[in-house]
Write a protein that binds this ligand. Structure first.
Ligand code: PLP
Length: 419
């Protein structure tokens, strides 16, 4: 893969970085920040911060409740945000977009509502060995409640799904396949449409954990043909505390509400309640109003840049980083080559703890993550307990990758010298 050079950049990255005040920070009293922890959370441009500030300063009241000016305005902005997300995902219907607190909340909603209503002892849920804990634990909890069984499609040593095993794992007992679109450790881009087609042929529904894919490339839920798609606002320039569950209309309509309370009902009597229509049925209580407005501003910003451009640009940064890291002594990169991965690289260095490495990089202004990245089973599968992860976004530059390289060289020198 060819590297993106400064001349080939699809945008003026320096002027675009001007939209992100935090990227110009100096830390520890003068060390310039190189922010390479974007898989954990991204930074926010002024446009998102301003949309939220304006909402709080001039447009804020509770939604769907009051018959007064501000409440109507706030409701319009909240529902417009849903329209924006619908277009962003190419969802068929706007009420297929449910606002949640994030990917974790979205997956738990499906497990609690759809899972509890539909799964029995003997049924199976198929996950993969590369899932984030938030796409493992809710299903393990469901298994405890219902007696269903959770199975895992294996991962190769090179960090790809063993798709050849799919036919053996998909049986008439499989009721749901829940799979990550882009691994948050390996960066592996999974063939979602293929998995959906084969799962549907076997009669299973499919949930896609799109936390690491939606921010970095075009998402078309109709092209995927997935039944559920979950993602978080904070990983795509939006605020934390907001995420989305996309669900196919017919399936969402068949599901009982998960959280009970205000807004999710049509009528309540002392004897019982009648649930509201979509999407309110799954949005009990006061929703994340301003975060939804921020999320819509983030989606607009990303679309202005172009998600295909973002994907291509990040592949260039990743190729540059992968080539640089693979030349380091005693380093093992987890996952596939740059053509098959999203914008992140996790690696382990012989004889050096991931935490020590991350802290030594941090002293040089380079922010990365170290640990198991909420994917302990994947690390166990690969025979390591922790890794160091550098993850990129469209506002990172080739110069920052070089800075990462210099910082890594220095860190390895320092840490190898220690007794
Ligand atoms: N799934 C993947 C692949 C992730 O990377 C993450 C966050 O790191 C999550 C799920 C959970 O997202 P959140 O913590 O925003 O709910």
């Amino acid at each position: 893969m060819s590297m993106t050079t400064a001349d080939e950049l699809p945008w003026d990255v320096e002027s675009l970085r001007g939209d992100f005040p935090i990227l110009a920070s100096e830390i520890y009293g003068g060390v310039p920040l190189t922010y390479l922890d974007n898989a954990a959370t991204t930074q926010r441009p002024r446009q998102v911060i301003e949309a939220m500030t304006t909402a709080y300063e001039r447009q804020y009241a509770n939604v769907h409740r009051g018959l007064h000016y501000l409440s109507e305005l706030s409701t319009d902005l909240y529902e417009n945000a849903r329209d924006t997300v619908q277009r962003f995902l190419n969802a068929r219907r706007v009420h297929e977009v449910i606002f949640t607190a994030g990917t974790t909340a979205s997956i738990n909603l499906v497990a609690r509502s759809w899972g509890d209503a539909n799964l029995r002892a003997g049924d199976e849920i198929l996950l993969t060995e590369m899932e984030h804990h938030s796409n493992i634990v809710p299903w393990q909890q469901l298994a405890c409640r219902t007696g269903c069984r959770v199975r895992f499609l294996p991962v190769t040593d090179g960090g790809q799904l063993v798709l050849d095993a799919l036919d053996d794992f998909l049986t008439e007992r499989t009721k749901l396949v829940s799979v990550v679109a882009v691994s948050n450790v390996l960066g592996t881009i999974n063939p979602v449409s293929t998995i959906v087609r084969r799962a549907h042929q076997a009669g299973a529904l499919v949930l896609v954990d799109a936390a690491q894919s939606v921010p970095h490339g075009t998402t078309d839920v109709q092209a995927w043909d997935a039944d559920f798609v979950a993602f978080s606002g904070h990983k795509m320039l939006g605020p934390s505390g907001i995420g989305v569950l996309y669900g196919r209309e017919t399936i969402l309509e068949s599901m009982p509400p998960f959280l009970g309370g205000g807004s999710m009902i049509r009528r309540v009597t002392l004897e019982g309640f009648e649930p509201a229509d979509l999407p309110s049925r799954f949005e009990a209580g006061t929703p994340p109003i301003v975060p939804a407005i921020g999320l819509a501003a983030a989606a607009d910003y990303l679309q202005q840049i172009g998600l295909e451009n973002i994907h291509r640009y990040e592949q260039g940064l990743t190729a540059q980083a992968q080539a640089m890291i693979s030349r380091l002594d005693g380093v093992r990169i987890l996952g596939p080559g740059p053509d098959l991965r999203g914008g992140m690289i996790s690696f382990v260095v012989e004889g050096i703890q991931a935490n020590d490495l991350a802290m030594t990089l941090d002293e040089q202004g380079v922010a990365v993550r170290a640990g198991h990245h909420c994917a302990m089973p994947l690390h166990a599968r690969l025979g390591v307990s922790a890794s160091t992860r550098a993850s990129f976004y469209f506002y990172n530059t080739p110069a920052e990758i070089e800075r990462l390289g210099e910082a890594l060289h220095k860190a390895l020198r320092v840490l190898r010298r220690k007794p």
